[in-house]
Design a protein around this ligand. Structure first.
Ligand code: GUN
Length: 297
Protein backbone atom coordinates (compact mmCIF):
# COMPACT_ATOMS: atom_id res chain seq x y z
CA UNK A 1 0.00 0.00 0.00
CA UNK A 2 1.15 3.54 -0.64
CA UNK A 3 0.33 5.97 2.14
CA UNK A 4 -1.90 8.98 1.78
CA UNK A 5 0.24 12.13 2.04
CA UNK A 6 -0.81 14.48 4.83
CA UNK A 7 -0.34 17.91 3.29
CA UNK A 8 0.73 20.28 6.07
CA UNK A 9 1.12 23.20 3.66
CA UNK A 10 -2.53 22.97 2.61
CA UNK A 11 -3.94 22.44 6.13
CA UNK A 12 -1.80 25.31 7.46
CA UNK A 13 -3.06 27.52 4.63
CA UNK A 14 -6.69 26.77 5.55
CA UNK A 15 -6.08 27.60 9.23
CA UNK A 16 -4.27 30.82 8.30
CA UNK A 17 -7.26 31.84 6.19
CA UNK A 18 -9.49 31.34 9.25
CA UNK A 19 -7.04 33.34 11.40
CA UNK A 20 -6.95 36.18 8.87
CA UNK A 21 -10.72 36.49 9.17
CA UNK A 22 -10.57 36.33 12.95
CA UNK A 23 -7.87 39.03 12.98
CA UNK A 24 -10.01 41.25 10.76
CA UNK A 25 -12.98 40.66 13.08
CA UNK A 26 -10.91 41.55 16.17
CA UNK A 27 -9.87 44.77 14.42
CA UNK A 28 -13.24 45.85 13.10
CA UNK A 29 -15.41 44.60 15.97
CA UNK A 30 -13.17 45.16 18.97
CA UNK A 31 -10.43 47.56 17.85
CA UNK A 32 -7.74 45.04 18.78
CA UNK A 33 -4.75 44.18 16.57
CA UNK A 34 -2.94 40.97 17.61
CA UNK A 35 0.65 41.91 18.49
CA UNK A 36 3.59 39.50 18.36
CA UNK A 37 7.24 40.09 19.21
CA UNK A 38 9.89 37.56 18.19
CA UNK A 39 13.17 37.92 20.06
CA UNK A 40 16.26 36.47 18.40
CA UNK A 41 19.55 36.26 20.29
CA UNK A 42 22.63 35.77 18.11
CA UNK A 43 22.95 34.53 14.53
CA UNK A 44 22.02 30.83 14.49
CA UNK A 45 21.08 30.28 10.80
CA UNK A 46 18.17 27.92 11.56
CA UNK A 47 16.79 30.37 14.16
CA UNK A 48 17.11 33.28 11.71
CA UNK A 49 15.10 31.39 9.09
CA UNK A 50 12.41 30.43 11.66
CA UNK A 51 11.91 33.96 13.00
CA UNK A 52 11.94 35.43 9.49
CA UNK A 53 9.12 33.04 8.52
CA UNK A 54 7.19 33.88 11.72
CA UNK A 55 7.46 37.60 11.01
CA UNK A 56 6.40 37.21 7.37
CA UNK A 57 3.29 35.22 8.21
CA UNK A 58 2.27 37.42 11.14
CA UNK A 59 2.38 40.44 8.79
CA UNK A 60 0.33 38.59 6.16
CA UNK A 61 -2.36 37.95 8.77
CA UNK A 62 -2.50 41.63 9.67
CA UNK A 63 -0.76 41.48 13.05
CA UNK A 64 1.30 44.22 14.66
CA UNK A 65 4.64 42.44 14.58
CA UNK A 66 8.02 43.32 16.03
CA UNK A 67 11.31 41.58 15.27
CA UNK A 68 13.77 42.23 18.09
CA UNK A 69 17.35 41.08 17.28
CA UNK A 70 19.83 40.99 20.13
CA UNK A 71 23.57 40.27 20.05
CA UNK A 72 24.96 36.88 21.09
CA UNK A 73 26.65 38.49 24.12
CA UNK A 74 23.51 40.07 25.64
CA UNK A 75 23.51 39.31 29.37
CA UNK A 76 20.75 37.30 30.98
CA UNK A 77 19.74 40.35 33.01
CA UNK A 78 19.43 42.50 29.89
CA UNK A 79 17.30 39.84 28.18
CA UNK A 80 15.03 39.55 31.24
CA UNK A 81 14.63 43.35 31.28
CA UNK A 82 13.70 43.31 27.58
CA UNK A 83 11.06 40.65 28.22
CA UNK A 84 9.67 42.73 31.08
CA UNK A 85 9.34 45.69 28.68
CA UNK A 86 7.19 43.57 26.35
CA UNK A 87 5.24 42.09 29.30
CA UNK A 88 4.11 45.66 30.04
CA UNK A 89 3.46 46.68 26.42
CA UNK A 90 -0.32 46.63 25.78
CA UNK A 91 0.21 46.40 22.00
CA UNK A 92 2.03 43.07 22.41
CA UNK A 93 -0.09 39.98 23.13
CA UNK A 94 2.48 37.30 22.33
CA UNK A 95 6.20 37.07 23.21
CA UNK A 96 8.39 34.47 21.55
CA UNK A 97 12.05 34.05 22.48
CA UNK A 98 13.60 31.85 19.81
CA UNK A 99 15.43 28.82 21.24
CA UNK A 100 18.14 27.66 21.62
CA UNK A 101 19.74 30.50 23.58
CA UNK A 102 23.51 31.02 24.02
CA UNK A 103 24.99 28.86 26.80
CA UNK A 104 25.53 31.75 29.25
CA UNK A 105 21.76 32.35 29.44
CA UNK A 106 19.65 30.04 31.57
CA UNK A 107 16.67 29.02 29.44
CA UNK A 108 14.32 28.34 32.35
CA UNK A 109 14.90 31.83 33.80
CA UNK A 110 13.93 33.31 30.43
CA UNK A 111 10.79 31.20 30.03
CA UNK A 112 9.76 32.05 33.62
CA UNK A 113 10.13 35.78 32.89
CA UNK A 114 7.48 35.77 30.14
CA UNK A 115 4.01 36.72 31.38
CA UNK A 116 2.08 33.40 31.09
CA UNK A 117 -0.76 35.34 29.40
CA UNK A 118 1.68 36.31 26.61
CA UNK A 119 3.40 32.92 26.45
CA UNK A 120 2.26 31.97 22.93
CA UNK A 121 4.88 29.18 22.82
CA UNK A 122 3.14 27.48 25.77
CA UNK A 123 6.52 26.83 27.44
CA UNK A 124 5.99 28.68 30.76
CA UNK A 125 5.66 26.17 33.62
CA UNK A 126 2.19 27.58 34.42
CA UNK A 127 1.03 26.76 30.91
CA UNK A 128 2.79 23.37 31.00
CA UNK A 129 0.89 22.65 34.23
CA UNK A 130 -2.42 23.84 32.77
CA UNK A 131 -1.93 21.47 29.84
CA UNK A 132 -1.25 18.63 32.26
CA UNK A 133 -4.62 19.17 33.99
CA UNK A 134 -6.54 19.65 30.73
CA UNK A 135 -7.03 23.41 31.18
CA UNK A 136 -4.57 24.80 28.62
CA UNK A 137 -4.99 28.31 27.19
CA UNK A 138 -1.99 27.88 24.87
CA UNK A 139 -0.83 24.55 23.52
CA UNK A 140 2.83 24.43 22.47
CA UNK A 141 2.94 25.05 18.72
CA UNK A 142 4.42 21.90 17.21
CA UNK A 143 2.27 19.48 19.25
CA UNK A 144 -0.82 21.64 18.63
CA UNK A 145 -0.02 21.49 14.90
CA UNK A 146 0.24 17.70 15.03
CA UNK A 147 -3.16 17.46 16.73
CA UNK A 148 -4.68 19.72 14.06
CA UNK A 149 -3.17 17.55 11.29
CA UNK A 150 -4.82 14.49 12.85
CA UNK A 151 -8.19 16.20 13.38
CA UNK A 152 -8.32 17.82 9.94
CA UNK A 153 -7.38 14.63 8.09
CA UNK A 154 -10.08 12.72 9.97
CA UNK A 155 -7.75 10.42 11.94
CA UNK A 156 -9.59 8.88 14.90
CA UNK A 157 -7.52 9.43 18.04
CA UNK A 158 -10.02 8.24 20.63
CA UNK A 159 -8.93 4.79 21.80
CA UNK A 160 -6.01 4.73 19.35
CA UNK A 161 -2.60 3.36 20.32
CA UNK A 162 -0.32 6.37 19.99
CA UNK A 163 3.43 5.89 20.27
CA UNK A 164 5.64 8.97 20.58
CA UNK A 165 9.37 8.61 19.90
CA UNK A 166 11.24 11.36 21.77
CA UNK A 167 10.67 12.99 25.17
CA UNK A 168 11.63 16.64 24.60
CA UNK A 169 9.82 19.42 26.44
CA UNK A 170 8.95 21.04 23.09
CA UNK A 171 7.42 18.02 21.30
CA UNK A 172 7.48 14.57 22.91
CA UNK A 173 6.14 15.30 26.40
CA UNK A 174 3.50 17.86 25.35
CA UNK A 175 2.09 15.84 22.40
CA UNK A 176 1.76 12.82 24.71
CA UNK A 177 -0.05 15.01 27.23
CA UNK A 178 -2.37 16.55 24.64
CA UNK A 179 -3.40 13.22 23.14
CA UNK A 180 -4.13 11.54 26.45
CA UNK A 181 -6.59 14.23 27.62
CA UNK A 182 -10.23 13.18 27.78
CA UNK A 183 -11.08 15.64 25.02
CA UNK A 184 -12.08 15.83 21.37
CA UNK A 185 -9.12 15.08 19.07
CA UNK A 186 -7.42 13.17 21.90
CA UNK A 187 -8.45 10.38 24.35
CA UNK A 188 -5.71 8.04 23.09
CA UNK A 189 -3.62 5.36 24.82
CA UNK A 190 -0.18 6.93 24.79
CA UNK A 191 3.31 5.44 25.09
CA UNK A 192 6.50 7.52 25.03
CA UNK A 193 9.74 5.90 23.82
CA UNK A 194 13.14 7.50 24.26
CA UNK A 195 16.87 6.77 24.20
CA UNK A 196 16.49 4.69 27.38
CA UNK A 197 13.72 2.48 25.95
CA UNK A 198 14.45 -1.21 25.52
CA UNK A 199 13.22 -2.77 22.28
CA UNK A 200 11.90 0.37 20.59
CA UNK A 201 10.51 -1.66 17.70
CA UNK A 202 8.19 -3.62 20.01
CA UNK A 203 6.47 -0.32 20.86
CA UNK A 204 6.55 1.40 17.45
CA UNK A 205 5.04 -1.66 15.73
CA UNK A 206 1.98 -1.49 18.01
CA UNK A 207 1.22 2.11 17.04
CA UNK A 208 -1.93 3.09 15.17
CA UNK A 209 -0.46 6.61 15.23
CA UNK A 210 3.32 6.91 15.36
CA UNK A 211 4.76 10.36 16.17
CA UNK A 212 8.49 10.65 15.66
CA UNK A 213 10.59 13.44 17.17
CA UNK A 214 13.85 11.58 17.65
CA UNK A 215 16.23 14.15 16.14
CA UNK A 216 17.93 11.46 14.01
CA UNK A 217 17.55 10.84 10.25
CA UNK A 218 15.94 7.46 9.38
CA UNK A 219 15.49 6.58 13.06
CA UNK A 220 12.26 4.82 11.99
CA UNK A 221 12.51 2.23 9.23
CA UNK A 222 9.69 0.30 7.52
CA UNK A 223 10.14 -2.83 9.66
CA UNK A 224 9.36 -0.73 12.77
CA UNK A 225 5.93 0.39 11.47
CA UNK A 226 2.57 -1.41 11.52
CA UNK A 227 0.80 -1.84 8.16
CA UNK A 228 -1.68 1.05 7.72
CA UNK A 229 -0.35 3.19 10.61
CA UNK A 230 -0.54 6.99 10.55
CA UNK A 231 3.04 8.29 10.72
CA UNK A 232 3.80 11.86 11.79
CA UNK A 233 7.42 12.87 11.20
CA UNK A 234 8.52 15.85 13.29
CA UNK A 235 12.20 15.58 12.35
CA UNK A 236 14.00 18.42 10.60
CA UNK A 237 17.52 17.29 9.71
CA UNK A 238 19.70 19.45 7.48
CA UNK A 239 21.49 17.05 5.14
CA UNK A 240 23.03 19.41 2.61
CA UNK A 241 22.24 22.30 0.30
CA UNK A 242 19.94 22.32 -2.76
CA UNK A 243 21.21 23.68 -6.12
CA UNK A 244 19.25 26.88 -5.28
CA UNK A 245 21.30 27.26 -2.08
CA UNK A 246 18.48 26.30 0.31
CA UNK A 247 18.92 23.81 3.14
CA UNK A 248 18.13 20.25 2.06
CA UNK A 249 15.95 18.62 4.70
CA UNK A 250 14.94 15.12 5.72
CA UNK A 251 12.84 13.84 8.60
CA UNK A 252 13.42 11.17 11.23
CA UNK A 253 11.48 8.57 9.24
CA UNK A 254 12.80 6.59 6.26
CA UNK A 255 10.08 8.17 4.12
CA UNK A 256 10.61 6.28 0.84
CA UNK A 257 10.21 2.85 2.45
CA UNK A 258 7.77 3.69 5.25
CA UNK A 259 5.29 5.30 2.83
CA UNK A 260 4.85 1.86 1.19
CA UNK A 261 3.61 0.45 4.50
CA UNK A 262 1.86 3.31 6.32
CA UNK A 263 -1.76 4.33 5.79
CA UNK A 264 -0.91 8.04 5.94
CA UNK A 265 2.33 9.94 6.41
CA UNK A 266 3.61 13.51 6.68
CA UNK A 267 6.41 14.53 4.29
CA UNK A 268 9.48 16.58 5.30
CA UNK A 269 9.36 19.37 4.33
CA UNK A 270 5.65 20.18 3.99
CA UNK A 271 4.19 18.18 6.88
CA UNK A 272 4.47 19.30 10.50
CA UNK A 273 6.77 22.28 9.79
CA UNK A 274 4.22 24.70 8.29
CA UNK A 275 1.78 23.84 11.09
CA UNK A 276 4.13 24.97 13.87
CA UNK A 277 4.24 28.58 12.72
CA UNK A 278 0.52 28.60 12.04
CA UNK A 279 -0.26 27.47 15.58
CA UNK A 280 1.90 30.31 16.91
CA UNK A 281 -0.37 32.66 14.99
CA UNK A 282 -3.45 30.90 16.42
CA UNK A 283 -2.11 31.33 19.96
CA UNK A 284 -1.41 35.02 19.32
CA UNK A 285 -4.94 35.63 18.03
CA UNK A 286 -6.22 33.81 21.10
CA UNK A 287 -4.00 35.89 23.43
CA UNK A 288 -5.25 39.11 21.82
CA UNK A 289 -8.84 37.93 22.22
CA UNK A 290 -8.32 37.01 25.88
CA UNK A 291 -6.64 40.37 26.58
CA UNK A 292 -9.60 42.14 24.98
CA UNK A 293 -12.18 39.96 26.74
CA UNK A 294 -13.31 38.37 23.45
CA UNK A 295 -13.90 34.65 23.27
CA UNK A 296 -11.74 32.75 20.74
CA UNK A 297 -13.79 30.65 18.31
N1 GUN B 1 13.16 26.56 18.56
C1 GUN B 1 12.73 25.46 17.90
N2 GUN B 1 11.39 25.33 17.99
C2 GUN B 1 10.96 26.38 18.72
C3 GUN B 1 9.68 26.81 19.14
O1 GUN B 1 8.65 26.17 18.89
N3 GUN B 1 9.65 27.96 19.88
C4 GUN B 1 10.77 28.64 20.20
N4 GUN B 1 10.64 29.74 20.95
N5 GUN B 1 11.99 28.26 19.83
C5 GUN B 1 12.07 27.15 19.10
Amino acid sequence: MTAKLINGNEIARQIREELKQETAHLKSGHNVVPGLVTILVGQNPASISYVTAKQKISKELGFYSVQDNQPENISEGELLALIEKYNKDPQIHGILVQLPLPKHIHETNVLLAIDPRKDVDGFHPINVGKLMIGEADYLPCTPAGIQQLLIRTGVETSGAEVVVVGRSNIVGKPIANILLQKQKGANATVTICHTGSKNMEFHTKRADILIVAAGKPKAITADMVKEGAVVIDVGVNRIGVTPEGKAKLCGDVDFENVKEKAGAITPVPGGVGPMTITMLMMNTVKAAGIAAGVKHT
